[in-house]
Design a protein around this ligand. Structure first.
Ligand code: UGA
Length: 432
C-alpha cells in the first residue's frame, strides 16, 4: 500500500520509518528542501536512538523515498499522514497555519479520494472545523482521521512499535477501519472514537502527566519545609496501583516541545470555551516556579552570585535527546548570567552554539572537566547517565568552596555526595 507522510519533523519521520518497516511504501514530503537533500543523502538530522538505522534500512529497500513539496504535482497514495508542527502562539493557542497549508496542498494535488490522517496535535474541535473548510469544497470525497501520537523523545521507536494504545478518531467507518488495519502488525489496544474525542485524548494525556509532575513537585517543596523525604513519600504512595509510580520524579520541572505547549493550549481552549481550568493554571505556575529553585538555593547559600563560578550539567530538556525546547536549563543559565555569575555548561550531545536560546556570556565546553574546573557550585539539570556515573571524588578535587551540588533531578546518592564533602541539595529530599 502506498502512503504519503507530509511533514518530516520528529513525529513525521518516525511515523514514516515505522510504517515503512511494517512493509508499506512511504513517500516522505517536506517543504524544507535542505531536509529532503539530507535524507536523500542518508543524513538524519534528528537525534533519536535507532532512527538513523531504521531510516537507512528502509530507504535501501526503497520503502522510503523523499521529495520536496514543490516537486510533487499529484499525490498517488491512498493515505496521507500529516505531521506538521502546531507551535504555541504568544497567547498560548496552537498555530494551525502549517496544518491548513498542508491540507490545502493535499486537496489540490489529490487524483482520487484520500484518507487524510492528522498526526499533528490540534485543539479539540479543529478536525471537524478544518474538514468542513478544506475537504468540503474538494473535487473528491476525502475522509479525515485523527490519529494522535504518544511518542516520547529518546524512546520514540519503542513507543512506536510497542505502544500502550493507538487512538483513531473519525466519523467514516471505512476510513477508521483502514487506518486500524494499517497497524495490524502492532500489538496494542486500539481506541476508536470520534475526531474531537481523539484530539482531546492527546491533550488530556499530556496535561495529566504534566499535572502529576507539578503535583509531586509541590509535595517535594513541602517535604523541604516539613522534614519529610520525597523519595520515601513516592515509594510509599506508588505501591497503591491507583497512583502508580511513573511520572512522580520530583525535580526542576518539565520542559520539551510537548508538555509546556500542550498544557498552555488546553488552558487557552478552556478559556475560549468560557471555562477557567484552574488546575491547569496551577500546573503551569508550579512548573515555571520549579526551575527557579536552583537559583534560590544558590542565592541563599552564597549571597550575591556575581563572580561566582557555576557549572551547569545538562542542557537538553531530558536525557537521550538533543532537544532544548523549553528546557529548564535555558532559564537557569540565563538567570545565572543576569545575576553576574560566571557560567560554564556541558551536555553530552547538545551543541549549544547551534541553539540561539542561551545568552552569549555562557561558556559551553565539550569536555565536562573544563566545565567543572574551579566551580563553586554545580547544578545538575538533566539525568544523563554520564553525570550519575561521574567519579564524584574526582569532581570534588576539580571544584572549589563551598562545593555546592544542586541535584535538579534527584538522581545522585546524597549520602555519598555529602561524605565526599559537597553541600548537597536535592528537590524535597530533605538531606541538607
Ligand atoms: C511527552 C509524552 O510523554 C509523550 O507521550 C507525548 O507523545 C509527547 O510528550 C508529545 O506530545 O509529543 P516527551 O516530551 O518526549 O513526551 O517527554 P517525557 O518523557 O514525557 O518528559 C517530559 C518532561 O517531563 C521532561 O522534561 C522530563 O524531565 C519531565 N519529567 C518526566 C519529570 O520532571 N518528572 C517525571 O517524573 C517525568
Amino acid at each position: 500500500m502506498k502512503i504519503t507522510v507530509l511533514g518530516l519533523g520528529y513525529v513525521g519521520l518516525i511515523t514514516a520509518a515505522g510504517l515503512a518497516n511494517c512493509g508499506y511504501d512511504i513517500t516522505c514530503l517536506d517543504v524544507d528542501i535542505k531536509k529532503i537533500q539530507m535524507l536523500q543523502n542518508e543524513n538524519i538530522y534528528i537525534y533519536e536512538p535507532g532512527l538513523e538505522e531504521l531510516v537507512k534500512e528502509n530507504a535501501k529497500k526503497s520503502r522510503l523515498t523523499f521529495d520536496s513539496l514543490e516537486n510533487v504535482s499529484c499525490i498517488d497514495s491512498e493515505i496521507v499522514f500529516i505531521a506538521v508542527g502546531t507551535p504555541s502562539l504568544s497567547n498560548g493557542s496552537a498555530d494551525l497555519n502549517q496544518l491548513k497549508n498542508a491540507l490545502e496542498y493535499v486537496v489540490d494535488r489529490a487524483s482520487s479520494p484520500l484518507t487524510i490522517v492528522v498526526k499533528s496535535t490540534v485543539p479539540p474541535g479543529t478536525g471537524k472545523k478544518i474538514k468542513e473548510m478544506y475537504l468540503g469544497r474538494a473535487s473528491f470525497k476525502h475522509s479525515y482521521v485523527s490519529n494522535p501520537e504518544f511518542l516520547r523523545e529518546g524512546q520514540a521507536l519503542k513507543d512506536w512499535f510497542y505502544p500502550d494504545r493507538i487512538v483513531i478518531g473519525g466519523d467514516d467507518r471505512e476510513a477508521t477501519a483502514l487506518i486500524s488495519h494499517l497497524y495490524k502488525d502492532i500489538d496494542a489496544s486500539i481506541v476508536i472514537t470520534d475526531i474531537t474525542t481523539a484530539e482531546m485524548i492527546k491533550y488530556a494525556s499530556n496535561a495529566f502527566l504534566a499535572t502529576k509532575i507539578s503535583f509531586i513537585n509541590e509535595v517535594a517543596n513541602l517535604c523541604d519545609l516539613t522534614g519529610a523525604s520525597i523519595d520515601g513519600v513516592v515509594q510509599g504512595i506508588s505501591h497503591d496501583p491507583r497512583i502508580g509510580s511513573s511520572f512522580l520524579r520530583a525535580g526542576i520541572g518539565y520542559g520539551g516541545s510537548c508538555f509546556p505547549k500542550d498544557v498552555r493550549a488546553l488552558d487557552f481552549i478552556s478559556t475560549i470555551n468560557g471555562h477557567s481550568f484552574e488546575l491547569l493554571k496551577a500546573v503551569i505556575n508550579v512548573n515555571n516556579r520549579q526551575r527557579l529553585i536552583p537559583i534560590q538555593i544558590l542565592k541563599r547559600e552564597m549571597g550575591l552570585l556575581a563572580g561566582k563560578k557555576i557549572a551547569v550539567l545538562g542542557l537538553a530538556f531530558k536525557p537521550n535527546t538533543d532537544d532544548v525546547r523549553e528546557a529548564p536549563s535555558i532559564d537557569i543559565v540565563n538567570l545565572l548570567v543576569e545575576e553576574g555569575a560566571s557560567v560554564k555548561a556541558y551536555d553530552p550531545i547538545v551543541d549549544a552554539t547551534e541553539k540561539n536560546c542561551f545568552c552569549q556570556e555562557i561558556v559551553f565546553t565539550k569536555n565536562i572537566w573544563e566545565t567543572l574546573n574551579e566551580a563553586n557550585a554545580i547544578i545538575l539539570t538533566v539525568e544523563w547517565d554520564e553525570f550519575v556515573d561521574l567519579d564524584w571524588f574526582e569532581v570534588y578535587k576539580y571544584t572549589q568552596s563551598p562545593h555546592i551540588i544542586i541535584d535538579g533531578r534527584n538522581v545522585l546518592q546524597p549520602s555519598l555526595i555529602k561524605k565526599i564533602g559537597f553541600k548537597y541539595f536535592g528537590i524535597g529530599r530533605n538531606c541538607v
